[in-house]
Design a protein around this ligand. Sequence first.
Ligand SMILES: [Zn+2]
Ligand SMILES: [Zn+2]
Length: 537
Amino acid sequence: MRVEFLGGVRTVTGSATLLETNSLKWLVDCGMFQGGKEIEERNRNIRSYSPQDLSFILLTHAHIDHSGLIPRLVREGFRGKVICTKATLDLCEVLFRDSGHIQEMEAEWQTRKSKRSGKRGVTPLYTVKDAEESLRYFQTVHYDEILKLADGVRICLRDAGHILGSAIIELWVEEGVQERKLVFSGDLGSLNQPLVRDPSKIERGDVLWLESTYGNRFHKSRKETVNELSKIIQEAICDQAKVVIPAFAVGRTQDIIYTIGQLIREGAISPIPIYIDSPLAISATEIFQRNSDCFDEETKALLLGGRNPLEPPEIVYTRTMEESKAINEDSRAGIIVSASGMCDSGRIKHHLKHHLWRKESHIVIIGYQSEGTVGRMLVDGAKTVRLLGEEIAVKARIHTLGGFSAHADQEGLLKWLSYFKNPQLEVFVNHGEEKISIELAQVIQQKFNYKTAVPQWREKRSLFTPEREAVPEERVEEVSALGETFTTLLNRLDRSYKRLRRKLKRERTKGEESVDPRRLRQLGEINEKLEELESEL
Ligand SMILES: [Zn+2]
Ligand SMILES: [Zn+2]
């Protein structure tokens, strides 16, 4: 059996893995690359397979970085089955439509720009119609149910506790006399996240794909984070001010609604208007309500007791632009939750424009902020930001609350990994920035002594060779964690040497008398060390 790593490797977006036996080809996840022109080019270049040759796509969850290219594959001839949970299908329905709309708008804008410079128009990656059409190929399964997909291929979806409907995929593949079990963690939730259950424990497996979004971080405790939020809201109530929370439409928004509701239920804050100002977030929240079987026990108990945790008092869902504008005409204290989560598109931009320059307002950042986004600039302490064509002063208080993450931190990932009982387990660390994946791979190797690797984009390997070794093909390079350390150290050496030379040169131009004898001694020592190392090799 062969595997090709097509995305979500050394980056957090574009998750996709191609698997191939003698008779079948299929994908696990089919995500869209996001984060700049260069990487997004990969969305248009599917070179490793023809969509019509794929038998199925196994989908871990609805987030676009895992599902977003499915409409494109269907448009290009995919006629197999997309296997996922029912909640994932429901969420894909709204997310795909939204994504199709964004693709159409972007292509239209690009086309106008291209035509002005005498070039040809741009076709969208896919349209709303393609998005809707692709949903026909979905087949849903329940958690924990084993499904035979073809001769020699069985799967089981287990709760990943990341967002509603998210799954860890267990996959058994037979080839000849061998059977191996592959496990895909998908995005793994953190413990005690509201609404969703904790990630399922998996004990058996031969090969594991493990996400590493926060593989080098330790989140603050949820309790501490909730207390911080409570203080911010109390202060805003006192000052009659607004709290603006940029939040991803699926997952973070519902989490924050639940948490504010909880603070009101416990009497920590008095009821305050909560505006949910994002049509996508509103649709997603409705889907959460329809899939209450996926909720954790705490949420189910609240529902049974007649208290809907997604409908705290004074919650206002605003769909139209008029309703959205009216929010800021209300002079009372209030909380505005709006998308996009990284502040670079959508209605959140209007709210930031309205509040960033007011020193009594609060901006609360609860999710991951990519480099280059307005959200990241605010986190990094920018004094002004450009929004909707205007330079806006940042006078509001900016708070970054780490404990709301929907991804396990290093401690959570290692704990989940500790449930495996196979000393021969092989681990591919994926879904993380390069440096972070490598760091986690090293920690795993040291702690568990598992064979770990951080694959390259489009790297191919064989999973069924008796010695279980990587098969060197095309652009495969050795990526064991030790190999990684070696490369990292070499790169560091290169960079330090260049910096050192630059500084020494500067020193020399100052003239002979400025040369420090201590400096000469140090350089002599470095030279000796280098020569010693070289002669050892
Ligand atoms: Zn996700
Ligand atoms: Zn993801």
